[in-house]
Design a protein around this ligand. Structure first.
Ligand SMILES: Nc1ncnc2c1ncn2[C@@H]1O[C@H](COP(=O)(O)OP(=O)(O)OP(=O)(O)O)[C@@H](O)[C@H]1O
Ligand SMILES: [Mg+2]
Length: 388
Protein backbone atom coordinates (compact mmCIF):
# COMPACT_ATOMS: atom_id res chain seq x y z
CA UNK A 1 0.00 0.00 0.00
CA UNK A 2 1.27 3.54 -0.76
CA UNK A 3 1.45 6.29 1.80
CA UNK A 4 -1.07 8.50 0.04
CA UNK A 5 -3.60 5.73 -0.05
CA UNK A 6 -2.89 4.91 3.57
CA UNK A 7 -3.31 8.52 4.59
CA UNK A 8 -6.54 8.68 2.60
CA UNK A 9 -7.79 5.59 4.35
CA UNK A 10 -6.76 7.08 7.67
CA UNK A 11 -8.66 10.30 6.94
CA UNK A 12 -11.76 8.34 5.92
CA UNK A 13 -11.52 6.21 9.00
CA UNK A 14 -10.69 8.09 12.16
CA UNK A 15 -9.70 4.93 13.98
CA UNK A 16 -6.13 5.39 12.74
CA UNK A 17 -3.47 8.02 13.61
CA UNK A 18 -0.07 7.96 11.95
CA UNK A 19 3.46 9.31 11.75
CA UNK A 20 5.91 9.23 8.86
CA UNK A 21 9.49 8.36 9.66
CA UNK A 22 12.78 8.97 7.80
CA UNK A 23 15.50 6.37 7.29
CA UNK A 24 17.28 7.86 10.34
CA UNK A 25 14.18 7.09 12.43
CA UNK A 26 13.29 10.75 12.60
CA UNK A 27 9.57 11.57 12.74
CA UNK A 28 8.83 13.83 9.81
CA UNK A 29 5.12 14.18 9.97
CA UNK A 30 2.26 13.05 12.16
CA UNK A 31 -1.50 13.20 12.11
CA UNK A 32 -3.38 15.77 14.07
CA UNK A 33 -4.52 13.50 16.88
CA UNK A 34 -1.38 11.39 17.19
CA UNK A 35 -0.86 13.20 20.50
CA UNK A 36 -3.68 11.00 21.85
CA UNK A 37 -1.24 8.10 21.79
CA UNK A 38 2.17 9.85 21.94
CA UNK A 39 3.94 12.09 24.41
CA UNK A 40 2.78 15.66 23.71
CA UNK A 41 6.02 17.22 24.98
CA UNK A 42 8.11 15.07 22.65
CA UNK A 43 5.78 15.90 19.76
CA UNK A 44 6.38 19.63 20.32
CA UNK A 45 10.18 19.39 20.01
CA UNK A 46 11.90 20.27 16.70
CA UNK A 47 13.48 16.96 16.09
CA UNK A 48 11.51 13.86 17.10
CA UNK A 49 13.15 10.48 17.34
CA UNK A 50 10.80 7.53 16.57
CA UNK A 51 12.03 5.55 19.58
CA UNK A 52 11.40 8.51 21.94
CA UNK A 53 7.93 8.91 20.53
CA UNK A 54 7.08 5.19 20.31
CA UNK A 55 9.24 3.49 22.98
CA UNK A 56 7.46 0.20 22.21
CA UNK A 57 9.61 -0.05 19.06
CA UNK A 58 12.93 0.18 20.95
CA UNK A 59 15.07 -2.85 20.10
CA UNK A 60 13.32 -3.45 16.78
CA UNK A 61 15.75 -1.35 14.69
CA UNK A 62 16.84 -4.35 12.57
CA UNK A 63 13.30 -5.34 11.66
CA UNK A 64 12.47 -1.72 10.85
CA UNK A 65 15.52 -1.56 8.56
CA UNK A 66 14.28 -4.71 6.76
CA UNK A 67 10.90 -3.04 6.21
CA UNK A 68 12.68 0.08 4.86
CA UNK A 69 14.50 -1.94 2.18
CA UNK A 70 11.34 -3.90 1.33
CA UNK A 71 12.55 -7.23 2.78
CA UNK A 72 9.76 -7.29 5.34
CA UNK A 73 6.13 -6.41 4.77
CA UNK A 74 5.17 -4.98 8.15
CA UNK A 75 5.68 -5.09 11.91
CA UNK A 76 2.81 -5.28 14.37
CA UNK A 77 2.94 -4.55 18.08
CA UNK A 78 -0.54 -5.42 19.27
CA UNK A 79 -2.66 -3.99 22.06
CA UNK A 80 -0.29 -1.43 23.53
CA UNK A 81 -1.75 0.46 26.44
CA UNK A 82 -1.55 4.25 26.13
CA UNK A 83 -2.37 6.75 28.86
CA UNK A 84 -4.99 7.62 29.92
CA UNK A 85 -7.08 4.66 28.72
CA UNK A 86 -6.40 3.72 25.16
CA UNK A 87 -5.37 0.45 23.60
CA UNK A 88 -3.69 0.67 20.19
CA UNK A 89 -2.27 -1.73 17.65
CA UNK A 90 0.98 -0.20 16.42
CA UNK A 91 1.76 -1.23 12.83
CA UNK A 92 4.85 -0.22 10.86
CA UNK A 93 4.63 -0.37 7.04
CA UNK A 94 7.16 0.44 4.42
CA UNK A 95 6.46 3.64 2.55
CA UNK A 96 7.34 3.21 -1.11
CA UNK A 97 7.71 6.97 -1.69
CA UNK A 98 10.69 8.90 -0.43
CA UNK A 99 10.11 8.60 3.33
CA UNK A 100 10.72 4.98 4.20
CA UNK A 101 8.38 4.19 7.12
CA UNK A 102 4.84 4.90 8.20
CA UNK A 103 3.75 4.05 11.75
CA UNK A 104 0.02 3.55 12.28
CA UNK A 105 -1.81 3.70 15.58
CA UNK A 106 -5.06 1.79 15.39
CA UNK A 107 -7.46 2.53 18.24
CA UNK A 108 -8.63 -0.88 19.46
CA UNK A 109 -9.78 0.28 22.89
CA UNK A 110 -13.42 -0.73 22.48
CA UNK A 111 -12.46 -4.08 21.06
CA UNK A 112 -9.87 -4.73 23.73
CA UNK A 113 -12.20 -3.71 26.52
CA UNK A 114 -14.92 -5.86 24.99
CA UNK A 115 -12.47 -8.73 24.74
CA UNK A 116 -11.29 -8.08 28.28
CA UNK A 117 -14.89 -8.06 29.50
CA UNK A 118 -15.57 -11.21 27.55
CA UNK A 119 -12.52 -12.86 29.07
CA UNK A 120 -13.60 -11.62 32.48
CA UNK A 121 -17.11 -12.97 31.88
CA UNK A 122 -15.60 -16.25 30.74
CA UNK A 123 -13.44 -16.31 33.82
CA UNK A 124 -16.48 -15.55 35.93
CA UNK A 125 -18.31 -18.33 34.15
CA UNK A 126 -15.44 -20.66 34.83
CA UNK A 127 -15.44 -19.56 38.46
CA UNK A 128 -19.19 -20.11 38.53
CA UNK A 129 -18.74 -23.56 37.01
CA UNK A 130 -16.10 -24.31 39.64
CA UNK A 131 -18.49 -23.08 42.29
CA UNK A 132 -21.31 -25.22 40.85
CA UNK A 133 -19.01 -28.23 40.74
CA UNK A 134 -18.03 -27.58 44.35
CA UNK A 135 -21.70 -27.18 45.34
CA UNK A 136 -22.56 -30.38 43.47
CA UNK A 137 -19.85 -32.18 45.38
CA UNK A 138 -21.25 -30.80 48.65
CA UNK A 139 -24.76 -31.82 47.56
CA UNK A 140 -23.56 -35.30 46.74
CA UNK A 141 -21.97 -35.56 50.19
CA UNK A 142 -25.12 -34.17 51.77
CA UNK A 143 -27.19 -36.71 49.84
CA UNK A 144 -24.95 -39.50 51.03
CA UNK A 145 -25.32 -38.27 54.61
CA UNK A 146 -29.08 -38.03 54.15
CA UNK A 147 -29.24 -41.53 52.69
CA UNK A 148 -27.29 -42.78 55.70
CA UNK A 149 -29.73 -41.04 58.06
CA UNK A 150 -32.72 -42.38 56.10
CA UNK A 151 -31.27 -45.91 56.23
CA UNK A 152 -30.71 -45.55 59.97
CA UNK A 153 -34.27 -44.25 60.47
CA UNK A 154 -35.71 -47.06 58.35
CA UNK A 155 -33.78 -49.60 60.41
CA UNK A 156 -35.07 -47.92 63.60
CA UNK A 157 -38.63 -47.95 62.21
CA UNK A 158 -38.43 -51.63 61.39
CA UNK A 159 -37.26 -52.27 64.94
CA UNK A 160 -40.07 -50.10 66.38
CA UNK A 161 -42.60 -51.86 64.17
CA UNK A 162 -41.28 -55.19 65.34
CA UNK A 163 -41.62 -54.03 68.95
CA UNK A 164 -45.15 -52.81 68.26
CA UNK A 165 -46.06 -56.13 66.65
CA UNK A 166 -44.77 -57.88 69.74
CA UNK A 167 -46.74 -55.53 72.01
CA UNK A 168 -49.89 -56.05 69.93
CA UNK A 169 -49.36 -59.77 70.13
CA UNK A 170 -48.96 -59.56 73.90
CA UNK A 171 -52.13 -57.45 74.12
CA UNK A 172 -53.95 -59.99 71.96
CA UNK A 173 -52.74 -62.79 74.18
CA UNK A 174 -53.98 -60.85 77.21
CA UNK A 175 -57.30 -60.40 75.46
CA UNK A 176 -57.39 -64.08 74.62
CA UNK A 177 -56.87 -65.02 78.27
CA UNK A 178 -59.63 -62.59 79.26
CA UNK A 179 -61.89 -64.14 76.60
CA UNK A 180 -61.15 -67.66 77.76
CA UNK A 181 -61.80 -66.68 81.35
CA UNK A 182 -65.05 -65.14 80.23
CA UNK A 183 -66.09 -68.17 78.20
CA UNK A 184 -65.10 -70.59 80.94
CA UNK A 185 -67.33 -69.00 83.57
CA UNK A 186 -70.49 -70.56 82.18
CA UNK A 187 -69.34 -74.14 81.61
CA UNK A 188 -67.56 -74.08 84.96
CA UNK A 189 -70.74 -73.09 86.74
CA UNK A 190 -72.65 -75.80 84.81
CA UNK A 191 -70.04 -78.37 85.92
CA UNK A 192 -70.37 -77.14 89.49
CA UNK A 193 -74.17 -77.39 89.33
CA UNK A 194 -74.00 -80.89 87.83
CA UNK A 195 -71.52 -81.99 90.46
CA UNK A 196 -73.70 -80.63 93.27
CA UNK A 197 -76.76 -82.31 91.75
CA UNK A 198 -74.98 -85.66 91.52
CA UNK A 199 -73.74 -85.31 95.10
CA UNK A 200 -77.27 -84.53 96.43
CA UNK A 201 -78.80 -87.38 94.44
CA UNK A 202 -76.13 -89.75 95.65
CA UNK A 203 -76.46 -88.72 99.27
CA UNK A 204 -80.25 -89.01 99.17
CA UNK A 205 -79.95 -92.42 97.52
CA UNK A 206 -81.83 -91.21 94.48
CA UNK A 207 -78.95 -91.54 92.05
CA UNK A 208 -80.12 -93.97 89.42
CA UNK A 209 -77.81 -95.29 86.76
CA UNK A 210 -79.80 -93.38 84.18
CA UNK A 211 -79.45 -90.02 85.95
CA UNK A 212 -75.76 -90.66 86.58
CA UNK A 213 -75.11 -91.44 82.92
CA UNK A 214 -77.08 -88.44 81.68
CA UNK A 215 -75.47 -85.95 84.05
CA UNK A 216 -72.04 -87.42 83.51
CA UNK A 217 -72.42 -87.09 79.73
CA UNK A 218 -73.47 -83.52 80.21
CA UNK A 219 -70.50 -82.88 82.47
CA UNK A 220 -68.08 -84.36 79.97
CA UNK A 221 -69.69 -82.26 77.25
CA UNK A 222 -68.97 -79.16 79.35
CA UNK A 223 -65.33 -80.13 79.83
CA UNK A 224 -65.03 -80.71 76.08
CA UNK A 225 -66.46 -77.24 75.64
CA UNK A 226 -63.80 -75.86 78.00
CA UNK A 227 -60.98 -77.39 76.02
CA UNK A 228 -62.67 -76.50 72.72
CA UNK A 229 -62.83 -72.87 73.87
CA UNK A 230 -59.08 -72.81 74.41
CA UNK A 231 -58.50 -74.42 71.02
CA UNK A 232 -60.91 -72.07 69.28
CA UNK A 233 -59.33 -68.98 70.74
CA UNK A 234 -55.85 -70.23 70.09
CA UNK A 235 -56.85 -70.84 66.49
CA UNK A 236 -58.47 -67.44 66.25
CA UNK A 237 -55.29 -65.69 67.35
CA UNK A 238 -53.17 -67.60 64.88
CA UNK A 239 -52.67 -65.32 61.87
CA UNK A 240 -53.07 -68.17 59.37
CA UNK A 241 -56.61 -68.78 60.57
CA UNK A 242 -58.91 -69.40 57.61
CA UNK A 243 -62.49 -68.37 57.12
CA UNK A 244 -65.00 -71.10 56.35
CA UNK A 245 -68.56 -71.45 55.11
CA UNK A 246 -70.91 -72.23 57.96
CA UNK A 247 -74.63 -72.70 58.32
CA UNK A 248 -76.10 -70.16 60.69
CA UNK A 249 -78.86 -72.40 62.01
CA UNK A 250 -76.42 -75.23 62.73
CA UNK A 251 -73.84 -73.08 64.48
CA UNK A 252 -76.37 -71.21 66.62
CA UNK A 253 -78.11 -74.48 67.53
CA UNK A 254 -74.77 -75.84 68.79
CA UNK A 255 -74.46 -72.82 71.10
CA UNK A 256 -78.04 -73.19 72.31
CA UNK A 257 -77.40 -76.84 73.10
CA UNK A 258 -74.56 -75.82 75.36
CA UNK A 259 -76.54 -73.31 77.41
CA UNK A 260 -80.02 -74.80 77.22
CA UNK A 261 -79.80 -76.77 80.44
CA UNK A 262 -78.25 -74.03 82.50
CA UNK A 263 -80.82 -71.51 81.20
CA UNK A 264 -83.64 -73.95 81.96
CA UNK A 265 -82.50 -73.98 85.59
CA UNK A 266 -82.97 -70.19 85.59
CA UNK A 267 -86.36 -70.48 83.87
CA UNK A 268 -85.11 -68.78 80.76
CA UNK A 269 -86.75 -70.03 77.57
CA UNK A 270 -84.96 -70.00 74.28
CA UNK A 271 -86.52 -69.99 70.83
CA UNK A 272 -84.78 -70.07 67.47
CA UNK A 273 -86.66 -68.72 64.46
CA UNK A 274 -85.19 -69.22 61.03
CA UNK A 275 -86.97 -66.88 58.64
CA UNK A 276 -84.51 -67.59 55.84
CA UNK A 277 -81.84 -70.31 55.80
CA UNK A 278 -78.47 -68.57 55.80
CA UNK A 279 -74.96 -69.74 55.09
CA UNK A 280 -72.11 -67.41 56.03
CA UNK A 281 -68.40 -67.20 55.15
CA UNK A 282 -66.30 -66.31 58.20
CA UNK A 283 -64.87 -67.42 61.54
CA UNK A 284 -67.52 -69.85 62.85
CA UNK A 285 -66.03 -70.34 66.33
CA UNK A 286 -65.67 -66.66 67.01
CA UNK A 287 -69.19 -66.05 65.77
CA UNK A 288 -70.39 -68.66 68.29
CA UNK A 289 -68.54 -66.89 71.09
CA UNK A 290 -70.30 -63.65 70.18
CA UNK A 291 -73.72 -65.37 70.18
CA UNK A 292 -72.90 -66.93 73.54
CA UNK A 293 -71.89 -63.56 74.94
CA UNK A 294 -75.17 -61.96 73.80
CA UNK A 295 -77.20 -64.87 75.15
CA UNK A 296 -75.43 -64.68 78.52
CA UNK A 297 -76.06 -60.95 78.75
CA UNK A 298 -79.77 -61.48 77.98
CA UNK A 299 -79.97 -64.31 80.52
CA UNK A 300 -78.21 -62.15 83.18
CA UNK A 301 -80.60 -59.27 82.47
CA UNK A 302 -83.62 -61.61 82.63
CA UNK A 303 -82.53 -63.13 85.95
CA UNK A 304 -81.94 -59.64 87.29
CA UNK A 305 -85.31 -58.34 86.05
CA UNK A 306 -87.42 -60.77 88.06
CA UNK A 307 -89.58 -61.12 84.96
CA UNK A 308 -91.99 -64.07 85.29
CA UNK A 309 -91.79 -65.32 81.72
CA UNK A 310 -88.15 -65.04 80.81
CA UNK A 311 -87.70 -65.39 77.11
CA UNK A 312 -84.91 -65.00 74.55
CA UNK A 313 -85.62 -65.14 70.83
CA UNK A 314 -82.95 -65.69 68.19
CA UNK A 315 -83.99 -64.83 64.65
CA UNK A 316 -82.04 -65.79 61.51
CA UNK A 317 -82.85 -63.76 58.42
CA UNK A 318 -81.40 -62.07 55.32
CA UNK A 319 -81.13 -58.36 54.72
CA UNK A 320 -79.78 -56.99 51.40
CA UNK A 321 -78.12 -60.33 50.61
CA UNK A 322 -76.42 -60.33 54.02
CA UNK A 323 -77.16 -62.44 57.06
CA UNK A 324 -79.03 -60.71 59.85
CA UNK A 325 -79.19 -62.38 63.25
CA UNK A 326 -81.06 -60.71 66.09
CA UNK A 327 -81.18 -61.72 69.74
CA UNK A 328 -83.97 -60.11 71.71
CA UNK A 329 -85.11 -60.56 75.27
CA UNK A 330 -87.92 -59.31 77.49
CA UNK A 331 -85.75 -58.10 80.37
CA UNK A 332 -86.73 -54.44 80.09
CA UNK A 333 -83.84 -53.19 77.92
CA UNK A 334 -80.58 -51.37 78.52
CA UNK A 335 -80.76 -48.22 80.68
CA UNK A 336 -80.77 -45.18 78.34
CA UNK A 337 -77.73 -43.60 80.01
CA UNK A 338 -75.75 -46.77 79.17
CA UNK A 339 -76.99 -47.70 75.73
CA UNK A 340 -74.44 -45.61 73.78
CA UNK A 341 -71.50 -47.10 75.68
CA UNK A 342 -72.29 -50.79 76.09
CA UNK A 343 -69.75 -51.76 73.40
CA UNK A 344 -66.97 -49.83 75.15
CA UNK A 345 -64.31 -51.71 77.09
CA UNK A 346 -64.96 -52.17 80.86
CA UNK A 347 -68.51 -50.80 80.78
CA UNK A 348 -70.57 -53.00 83.09
CA UNK A 349 -73.49 -52.78 85.46
CA UNK A 350 -72.71 -56.15 87.03
CA UNK A 351 -71.00 -56.75 90.35
CA UNK A 352 -68.63 -59.31 88.87
CA UNK A 353 -68.80 -58.18 85.26
CA UNK A 354 -65.62 -57.40 83.36
CA UNK A 355 -67.37 -55.21 80.77
CA UNK A 356 -65.51 -57.02 77.99
CA UNK A 357 -68.21 -59.23 76.46
CA UNK A 358 -69.74 -56.68 74.09
CA UNK A 359 -66.41 -54.99 73.39
CA UNK A 360 -64.94 -58.29 72.21
CA UNK A 361 -68.13 -59.08 70.26
CA UNK A 362 -67.80 -55.77 68.40
CA UNK A 363 -64.08 -56.39 67.71
CA UNK A 364 -64.79 -59.86 66.32
CA UNK A 365 -67.77 -58.85 64.18
CA UNK A 366 -66.57 -55.48 62.89
CA UNK A 367 -62.77 -55.83 62.76
CA UNK A 368 -62.28 -59.50 62.02
CA UNK A 369 -65.40 -60.24 60.00
CA UNK A 370 -66.15 -56.81 58.50
CA UNK A 371 -69.73 -56.97 59.77
CA UNK A 372 -71.86 -54.73 61.94
CA UNK A 373 -73.29 -55.16 65.43
CA UNK A 374 -75.72 -52.81 67.16
CA UNK A 375 -78.36 -52.71 69.87
CA UNK A 376 -81.69 -51.02 70.39
CA UNK A 377 -84.34 -51.25 73.05
CA UNK A 378 -87.71 -52.72 72.11
CA UNK A 379 -90.95 -52.43 74.08
CA UNK A 380 -90.02 -55.56 76.00
CA UNK A 381 -86.27 -55.47 76.29
CA UNK A 382 -82.98 -55.28 74.39
CA UNK A 383 -82.48 -56.41 70.81
CA UNK A 384 -78.94 -57.03 69.52
CA UNK A 385 -78.46 -57.38 65.75
CA UNK A 386 -75.50 -58.76 63.78
CA UNK A 387 -75.19 -58.14 60.05
CA UNK A 388 -72.61 -60.17 58.14
N1 LIG B 1 -79.64 -57.86 77.01
C1 LIG B 1 -79.26 -56.88 77.84
N2 LIG B 1 -80.20 -56.26 78.62
C2 LIG B 1 -79.85 -55.28 79.46
N3 LIG B 1 -78.60 -54.85 79.64
C3 LIG B 1 -77.62 -55.40 78.91
C4 LIG B 1 -77.90 -56.43 77.98
N4 LIG B 1 -76.73 -56.79 77.39
C5 LIG B 1 -75.78 -56.00 77.93
N5 LIG B 1 -76.29 -55.18 78.84
C6 LIG B 1 -75.56 -54.17 79.63
O1 LIG B 1 -74.33 -53.93 79.01
C7 LIG B 1 -73.25 -54.12 79.93
C8 LIG B 1 -72.01 -54.55 79.17
O2 LIG B 1 -72.12 -55.88 78.75
P1 LIG B 1 -70.83 -56.74 78.50
O3 LIG B 1 -71.21 -58.05 78.03
O4 LIG B 1 -69.89 -55.94 77.69
O5 LIG B 1 -70.17 -56.79 79.92
P2 LIG B 1 -70.70 -57.59 81.17
O6 LIG B 1 -71.75 -58.57 80.76
O7 LIG B 1 -71.09 -56.58 82.21
O8 LIG B 1 -69.41 -58.31 81.67
P3 LIG B 1 -68.71 -59.55 80.93
O9 LIG B 1 -67.46 -58.99 80.41
O10 LIG B 1 -68.55 -60.54 81.98
O11 LIG B 1 -69.63 -59.96 79.83
C9 LIG B 1 -73.79 -55.07 80.91
O12 LIG B 1 -73.14 -54.95 82.15
C10 LIG B 1 -75.25 -54.67 81.02
O13 LIG B 1 -75.39 -53.57 81.89
MG1 LIG C 1 -71.46 -59.89 79.13
Amino acid sequence: MYSKEIVKAICANHVYEYCIVSKDFEVLKYSEKASKYCDKVILMSDQINLFDLVPELVGMEDELSLIMVGDKEELIVPMVFKEPNYYVNITVHSNRTMDPLIVLFENVTDNTIAQYNLRQANNNNLLLLDEIAEKNKQLEMFNKEMQKLVDEEVAKNIETQHMMELQTRHAQMGEMIAMITHQWKQPLSVIQTLGTLLKIKFESGKLTQNIFKKKMNNLLQQTRHLSQTVNDFQQFFTPSKKKVDFDMNETITSVLNLVEMEYALENVHLSLVEVTPVSVYGYANEYNQVILSLLNNAKDALVDSGQAHKHIEIKIDMHDKRSLVSISDNAGGIPLEMIDNVFTQYVTSKKNGSGLGLYIAKTVIENNMQGKIWVKNTEEGACFSILL
